[in-house]
Ligand binder design. Structure first.
Ligand code: FBP
Length: 260
């Protein structure tokens, strides 16, 4: 495994990224019922919880809110992203550079690729200078590896998710975030396929406390390095209670039953 030195992203060898790029990726509809969280201060405040090893946000939120939270939040700079309004083949353009993110004093870089789309080669080529520049700045890289496109019939199948995880190792990330491939055994295969790359579970749409915590427990059991979760935390009425429980399951090896 590529050593990360004393990176704040890792605690007891595990990672919990709070993802909050949804205002860009999905739009305000994701905040239905929790409209107060359209104020990013609320989510930066959540990211000060001990369970959160980094907060993933884009350029605008980093520029505007991070300066007030620098001492208490580790920031993962999500460099690319696009809106939900685009109906063509998925593609995610850069909104900022690694150099500018480093100037803003971030702790890590995040980047989405969509393997399988028509512009896959462009996306891989776009990622190349990002990856190399992140290495120059000694910033860990988390890749959101989300297979899409006409050739990907079932984007959560065993082979597709294992391939998504493997691509992180091949393209030179430190963490690769993948969707849950429908079973614990399939996730074990994805972790094995990624070899020394750290696989993170992508949280997904909000589910019940039990359903979500059992999923996290299963993933930790098969060697996942942690999770990058958004809606299952900040869409909850009490996100702090969920973060307390996740802290025990992710970093202390507790079961869902233990914490519920
Ligand atoms: P969630 O835990 O809310 O699923 O967030 C993880 C994430 O990767 C976000 O960073 C991103 O905005 C979103 O999922 C993308 O989800 P989708 O693939 O459903 O558009």
């Amino acid at each position: 495994m590529r050593p990360l030195g004393d990176s704040p992203l890792v605690r007891n060898d595990k990672t919990l990224v709070l993802a909050h790029d949804h205002g860009m990726e999905h739009g305000p509809k994701q905040f239905s019922g929790v409209e107060e969280r359209l104020d990013p201060n609320q989510v930066f405040e959540m990211a000060t919880h001990d369970a959160v090893t980094a907060l993933a946000v884009g350029k605008g939120l980093t520029e505007t809110y991070y300066p007030s939270y620098k001492d208490d939040v580790n920031l993962l700079a999500k460099l690319n992203g696009g809106s939900d309004l685009w109906m063509g083949d998925p593609y995610s353009p850069h909104n900022w550079t690694v150099d500018y993110a480093a100037e803003l004093d971030v702790d890590a870089i995040g980047y989405t690729i969509y393997p399988g789309v028509n512009r896959e080669t462009d996306m891989f080529e776009d990622f190349r200078p990002v990856q190399e520049s992140a290495r120059d700045h000694d910033l860990p890289i988390a890749l959101w590896s989300y297979p899409r496109g006409q050739a990907v019939k079932e984007h959560r199948s065993k082979e597709i998710i294992a391939y998504a995880a493997r691509l992180g190792l091949e393209l030179g990330s430190d963490f690769t975030k993948v969707k849950y491939p429908r079973s614990k055994e399939n996730m074990r295969y994805a972790v094995q396929s990624a070899a020394d790359n750290r696989v993170l579970l992508s949280g997904g749409s909000k589910s019940s406390d039990r359903e979500f915590l059992e999923l996290v427990e299963d993933c930790m059991d098969v060697g996942v390095a942690g999770l990058a979760v958004g809606r299952n935390v900040w869409q909850r009425e009490n996100p702090y209670e969920m973060l307390d429980m996740l802290e025990e399951v992710v970093f202390e090896g507790a079961s869902a039953d233990d914490v519920l």
